[in-house]
Design a protein around this ligand. Structure first.
Ligand SMILES: [Zn+2]
Length: 278
């Protein structure tokens, strides 16, 4: 068990089943949010102990028990969970209370939804991570929310921008009213990519790639997923001072967090949770 956290942006809460929260989101009274860790669940083997993904070797009942534990610890209604369908694309799905249980307690209904948005309080958004970028969106005016998953592909395909635009279209959100949080994600300290992947980052026309890519002697690059998403959000109209980036790299903190790269892919999966209280 980890008792202290070296972070100025996030706080570790929960007793037997710990979870992370963003300090800036803790100050917003009309939402509840959490980011799970790799601790405090009942999984065994490579997924020990908190794994929230089906299909990584855990049996279904074990994963459901983990959901019950994190929901109990962080204050979410188990029946209200609505899971995304992440295929590394950039599609945004609006959900309502009719989507309660989606992908967790009942069958999936969509082929692709790397981001979820809602303005209803009876549904809890759930998205999944293990090095990829979590993106939290809170509209402080209309009380709408969103969660997005940005792997490198979703990031360069502008899922951050797509989520802002979807909230504008569906809820009348103004980008300047959004509070956004990014991470925990694999940091530029640990995220090495090859030339092919780097070319996708270079193709983001609205960003100077020298800000997000650091070339290495071996022909590869260190990429900054968090900063890429932050710059895309600023470009979409979100105020820089309203964007918080986690100071926790998943790979550097792999005793607390699942990291695909740190484990060579033998791992469980974390989840972000967020719901509207009023
Ligand atoms: Zn790192």
């Amino acid at each position: 068990m980890i008792n202290s956290l070296n972070s100025t942006t996030m706080t570790l809460k929960g007793d037997k089943t710990p979870f992370l929260t963003y300090n800036v989101l803790n100050d917003i009274p009309f939402i509840r949010h959490a980011f799970s860790t790799r601790l405090g669940g009942v999984s065994k083997g490579v997924c020990e102990s908190m794994n929230l993904a089906f299909g990584r070797g855990d049996d279904r009942e074990t994963v459901l028990e983990n959901y019950k534990l994190i929901c109990s610890s962080a204050g979410f209604e188990y029946e209200s969970l609505c899971g995304s369908v992440q295929i590394h694309e950039a599609k945004v799905q609006r959900v309502t209370k009719s989507d309660r249980g989606h992908g967790i307690l009942k069958e999936r209904e969509w082929q692709s939804a790397d981001a979820l948005i809602t303005n209803e309080k009876d549904v809890t958004l759930v998205t999944y991570y293990a090095d990829c970028t979590p993106l939290f969106f809170v509209d402080t005016n209309t009380h709408a929310i969103g969660l997005a998953h940005g792997g490198w592909r979703g990031t360069v395909e502008r899922i951050a921008v797509n989520t802002v635009k979807a909230m504008e279209r569906e809820f009348g959100t103004k980008p300047e009213d959004l509070i956004c949080c990014i991470g925990p994600v694999i940091g530029k300290c640990c995220y090495e990519i090859d030339e092919d992947c780097a070319n996708h980052f270079k193709a983001i026309t609205e960003i100077d790639y020298k800000e997000i890519l650091t070339p290495k002697d071996n022909g590869k690059y260190m990429a900054d997923l968090a900063l890429t998403n932050k710059l895309l959000l600023i470009n979409a109209g979100v105020k820089e001072e309203n964007i918080a980036v986690s100071d926790l790299c998943t790979k550097c903190n792999c005793d607390l967090l699942w990291s695909h790269r740190a484990t060579g892919g033998s791992r469980g999966t974390m989840a972000a949770f967020m719901k509207i209280l009023y």
